[in-house]
Design a protein. Structure first.
Length: 258
């Protein structure tokens, strides 16, 4: 795959990433880089290796071989918690929200604030409610009530909460796996506005999406995987959806390009 962001502005570089699951080759010699402060798309057919690559970057899986650099330094994230500690957050299709908890509780899930003596710690709900509202307002124009249970929110509201939560914790790189799957037009627009706000505030986004219209609306570049192999990178302003489709499907006129 043609490298993206080879200059000093690359926030993440992956070199020669390989991953097998038994006899199944999930990723083969994948190399690419993500320029800092951009929204980059990652596309490919089902089984192309997109989710596997994201799981490796986020510390869920370890590569069999290859190297990842984050902010110019070797980075082997042994767990999602370690990736988060370095500023890498992931928003999966299932959102990882607890539907029976309030919005504020989801924002602070695993990061709860407490008060009082060490032996008598109690949750500081007042501080978390106030802080959660302020954190969401950084990225969301119409913030849902933070004391509302997540299960009462619409699909679009849940998604923007999950994305804003990822951005609110001092993140540098946010990975998104199909963030608008099954959402309507209006809800998709609301989610995309949050993604644009992340970029405006200096965050970098890598987004998996099967929706090429979306890829061309919100990204500055797109990486293509096919059957676990890197096919190429294109600046979205200098290509067309038809070319990306040909790269995804492996048409002879595109094979080997990039």
């Amino acid at each position: 795959m043609t490298d993206v962001g080879l200059g000093p502005d690359a926030i993440l570089r992956a070199q020669g990433i390989n991953k097998n699951f038994g006899a199944v080759v999930a990723l083969e010699n994948v190399s690419f880089a993500i320029p800092k402060g951009e929204i980059i798309g990652l596309v490919g057919d089902n089984g192309a290796g997109k989710s596997t690559l994201v799981k490796i970057i986020s510390g869920v899986l370890a590569p069999d071989s290859g190297m990842i650099e984050f902010e110019g330094k070797p980075a082997t994230f042994a767990s999602p918690a370690e990736a988060r500690a370095h500023g890498v957050e992931t928003v999966y299709q299932d959102l990882a929200l607890a539907p029976n908890l309030a919005v504020w509780a989801n924002i602070y899930l695993g990061r709860e604030l407490t008060r009082g003596p060490k032996i008598m710690h109690v949750l500081d709900k007042r501080a978390m409610v106030a802080n959660a509202d302020n954190m969401l307002r950084r990225f969301i124009r119409n913030v849902p009530p933070v004391e509302e249970s997540v299960e009462l929110l619409s699909g679009g509201q849940r998604q923007v909460v999950a994305i804003a939560r990822a951005g609110a914790w001092g993140s540098k790189l946010i990975l998104m796996d199909e963030p608008t799957a099954a959402l309507g037009v209006a809800e998709t627009k609301a989610v995309e506005e949050v993604i644009f706000e992340l970029k405006r505030q200096g965050l970098t986004v890598l987004i998996i999406s099967h929706n090429l219209d979306q890829i061309f609306r919100i990204t500055s570049g797109v990486c293509v995987l096919r059957r676990g192999r890197p096919i190429g990178y294109r600046e979205t302003a200098k290509t067309r959806p038809e070319e990306i489709v040909l790269m995804i499907t492996g048409a002879p006129t595109i094979a080997g390009s990039g």
